[in-house]
Design a protein. Structure first.
Lengths: 83, 151
């Protein structure tokens, strides 16, 4: 599974992009985020407040109960500030 | 209908001329240009860096544009959004809407700007004398985008 991080979430995780192999119980976006948080302090800090974490699965906005699998591209980022 | 995400600057005059040149059904053209302001809450802005999510950005802008086309009778539209390092006075975004009638062109333009600010995956990082900091979402932007849902 490919994970992308943007803006201050990337600053905190210290990585912009990585390929991960989560355990079998990770079936949704919410499961994935809970698992990522266990991978280090930077991840825990980056993902501590779910109200400021937006998720896209395969480049479409997704909710926390959306399914994720090994072939998916999942992006985690703060609320957007373009324009 | 077109979207472009690019580092280089754009020429709004040329884009306006090109967009409307061949289509004589267009009776009104509205353009919006967003620019980098020199003041931030942390003081004077030295530079800004716009990060984005290549691929999803273009896809999200196309969806927003398609939504505008489903709501208003547009003959043409264009969104150009820059990324990378920008300085005060630089242009950030160009939104053009063209329709047989002005009301549709005005409304669709506001809609596109309001929605792209809250949906297109761009993030601004500001550089001031205090250092670098990521811009936080404004609740006024969320309200501006939400009014198009209520209507």
């Amino acid at each position: 599974m490919k994970i992308l991080y943007f803006a201050w979430i990337k600053t905190r995780t210290g990585v912009g992009e990585e390929v991960v192999d989560p355990p079998a119980h990770v079936k949704t976006v919410g499961d994935l985020i809970d698992w990522l948080k266990t991978r280090g302090d930077g991840y825990a800090q980056a993902l501590a407040d779910p109200s400021v974490v937006r998720v896209a699965v395969n480049q479409e906005y997704a909710k926390w109960d959306a399914a994720v699998g090994s072939n998916d591209e999942v992006a985690l980022f703060p609320p957007v500030t373009g324009g | 209908m077109a979207v472009r995400v690019q580092q280089e600057d754009f020429d709004a005059g040329q884009e306006l001329a090109t967009l409307a040149a061949q289509n004589h059904a267009i009776g009104g053209v509205v353009s919006f240009i967003g620019r980098v302001r020199d003041m931030t809450k942390d003081g004077e802005l030295m530079a800004m860096t716009l990060e984005h999510y290549p691929g999803m950005t273009e896809h999200a802008l196309e969806k927003i544009e398609a939504e505008a086309c489903s709501r208003w009778p547009l003959e043409a539209s264009l969104i150009v959004h820059r990324h990378g390092r920008l300085e005060p006075g630089d242009q950030i975004v160009l939104v053009i809407t063209a329709s047989p009638h002005r009301h549709a062109a005005f409304e669709a333009n506001q809609f596109l700007v309001d929605w792209l600010k809250t949906k297109a995956p761009f993030w601004k990082m500001e550089l001031t004398e205090q250092g670098e900091s990521w811009v936080e979402t404004k609740s006024s932007d969320d309200r501006a985008a939400a009014r198009w849902v209520a209507e």
